[in-house]
Design a protein around this ligand. Structure first.
Ligand SMILES: NC(=O)c1ccc[n+]([C@@H]2O[C@H](COP(=O)([O-])OP(=O)(O)OC[C@H]3O[C@@H](n4cnc5c(N)ncnc54)[C@H](OP(=O)(O)O)[C@@H]3O)[C@@H](O)[C@H]2O)c1
Length: 231
């Protein structure tokens, strides 16, 4: 919604998240019309129990909150973490960060097949290994050198049986999973010039949603009924 107005500044788009109290209101149409006329900067509004909520930014001085001598986040000593999309980009950086804080076991998922772990050092040196894979291997070896063990799963999160089997194996090895980061996603292909949301085909959208939304459901199902995650 926010992007629609950004891409077409003559279009005022707004997402109104309502509850049953709002929908039952006798003046429903007037309230929706009032929203349509309200400040255009507010692209996301939420109604709950008669209260109207709008997101806003508040400026804060970083120095007030950050004590650089203290880590901002701590992991369980010997903790076990699952990172979807952990084989590249942000997910791989998070994996390295968790390992640097002392995480002991990391389960990383991705799509691109990787060589088996005993072959990582030689594959890293081989000219037959693509640059994409070499960059991953370099970082993965760096993470291992920090003392973390790594389990890799290559496959879509929507392939539920395979994902469940992988996570069951990881859990059997490490005991308890202490945290999950969902970072799997694919960058939309804009090479066709279809930058704007409205010009995207259903296939483009499905490709983007698949790991983020359906994949999250797959992850949830694979882990549901298991003991509580506690960071
Ligand atoms: N980077 C940014 O500036 C930025 C900004 C806003 C939002 N995000 C979002 O943050 C997330 C991570 O971004 P990133 O830059 O780290 O992306 P990235 O470098 O492309 O890494 C994406 C990860 O997700 C995996 N993946 C791709 N398609 C998948 C699928 N269909 N099912 C399961 N896994 C899949 C990839 O596997 P392979 O390694 O095998 O390819 C990789 O591990 C994405 O959802 C992205 O949209 C990123």
């Amino acid at each position: 919604m926010r992007m629609l107005s950004a891409e077409y500044n003559h279009v005022h788009a707004k997402c109104i998240d309502v509850d049953s109290e709002f929908l039952a209101s006798p003046s429903l149409s007037l309230r929706v019309a009032a929203e349509a006329l309200a400040a255009v900067e507010e692209t996301e509004i939420c109604y709950r129990d008669g209260h109207r909520f709008a997101p806003y930014l508040q400026s804060r001085r970083l120095a007030e909150r950050i004590d650089s001598s203290q880590p901002q986040f701590s992991v369980r000593p010997n903790g076990a973490y699952v990172i979807t999309g952990g084989t590249n980009g942000i997910g791989l950086e998070i994996a390295a960060y968790l390992a640097s804080l002392g995480a002991k076991h990391l389960a990383l998922t991705g799509i691109t097949p990787l060589p088996s772990q005993d072959q990582w050092p030689s594959a890293l040196k081989s000219n037959e290994t693509s640059m994409y894979v070499r960059r991953k291997l370099e970082k993965l070896l760096q993470i291992q050198s920090m003392g973390a063990s790594i389990e890799i799963h290559c496959g879509r999160l929507t392939e539920k049986k395979r994902l469940s089997a992988f996570l069951a194996g990881f859990r059997a090895k490490v005991g308890k999973i202490h945290g999950i980061v969902h970072s799997a996603g694919c960058t939309p292909d804009n090479s066709n010039g279809r930058f704007a949301f409205i010009n995207k085909s259903q296939e483009d959208l499905q490709r983007v949603f698949e790991p983020k939304a359906d994949g999250l459901e797959g992850l949830h199902e694979a882990l549901s009924g298991k003991s509580r995650i506690s960071l």
